[in-house]
Design a protein around this ligand. Structure first.
Ligand code: KIV
Length: 283
């Protein structure tokens, strides 16, 4: 049996030390958590991407701490061996250090073992307060979807030398403040490689090329459950949306034709009891 993943074990997984790459997938409910845990991932991210892939919103800005706590609790009830990381939603760590720590506590009490928050140096006071409160923090820099309006959309970050150097500095500061890992999203592969070489905590890439210490993707993208937008960095390993529609159409056809349910799918009443009621016939 595999071992329960821990924050120190993740923190120690640098590819430059010969460690296997970290594997992180999102999940938001019990069946999804069972699937990704059985697949052997190292970390489960209860991402604010739940807003877009589950709750039908167009961006991640709509989810609340209560939403993430609700989904985190569903994942935690499955008692996965993977480490559960819960995303801190937009506005849950922007107003004050005190609100940040209280909101993180809600997610930890829901079953998360760590939280993730977006942004570089300007988040240092929040990160330091969380670390001081014994809440493990995963950083997230580059294309940070909660900054979509500031960035003018979902745009790759760090494409020019100055912006790339700022990302390297952000990563150094986050690691120094105590983040145990850093997600690098939507940055050129060369920039991600430089950051990964620079910091002594693992980097986990999404749209950041192959030279990170690990990779993360969204459950619904990997399984082809999300068809509307497929970013360049997504690799689909199944097309469950199409397969699901075929199966559901088959069910509808069977109901309409009378092929479902059959005797095998129907509970029986003993013949003597049925006769006592004056009921005759196969079922
Ligand atoms: O919410 C999410 O799914 C994420 C990943 C894209 C890293 O933050």
């Amino acid at each position: 049996m595999a071992q329960q993943m821990t924050v120190p074990a993740v923190r120690a997984r640098k590819a430059s030390d010969g460690a296997d790459p970290l594997v992180m997938l999102t999940s938001y409910d019990a069946p999804g958590a069972r699937m990704v845990d059985q697949a052997g991932v190292d970390l489960i991210l209860v991402g604010d991407s739940v807003a877009m892939v589950v709750l039908g919103y167009d961006d991640t800005l709509q989810v609340t701490v209560a939403d993430i706590a609700h989904h985190t609790a569903a994942v935690a009830r499955t008692r996965p061996e993977a480490l559960i990381v819960a995303d801190m939603p937009w506005m849950s760590y922007h107003v004050s250090v005190e609100e940040t720590v209280r909101n993180a506590a809600v997610l930890i009490r829901a079953g998360a073992q760590a939280v993730k928050l977006e942004g570089g140096r300007r988040r240092l006071p929040m990160i330091e307060a969380l670390v001081a409160a014994e809440v493990p923090v995963m950083g997230h820099i580059g294309l940070t979807p909660q900054s979509m309006h500031t960035m003018g959309g979902f745009k790759v970050q760090g494409r020019d030398a100055q912006a790339a150097l700022e990302l390297v500095d952000d990563a150094k500061e986050l690691a120094h403040a105590g983040c145990f890992a850093i997600v690098l999203e939507g940055v050129p592969g060369r920039v991600a490689a430089r950051i990964t070489r620079t910091v002594d905590v693992p980097t986990i890439g999404i749209g950041a090329g192959p030279d990170c210490d690990g990779q993360v993707l969204v459950f619904h993208d990997v399984l082809g459950l999300e068809h509307r937008v497929v970013p360049k960095f997504v690799r689909r390993y199944a097309d469950l949306y199409t397969e699901g529609v075929v199966a559901l159409r088959h069910f509808a056809d069977d109901v309409r034709s009378g092929a479902f349910p059959t005797v095998d799918e129907t509970y029986r009443m003993a013949d003597a009891e049925a006769e006592a009621l004056g009921l005759y016939g196969a079922a």
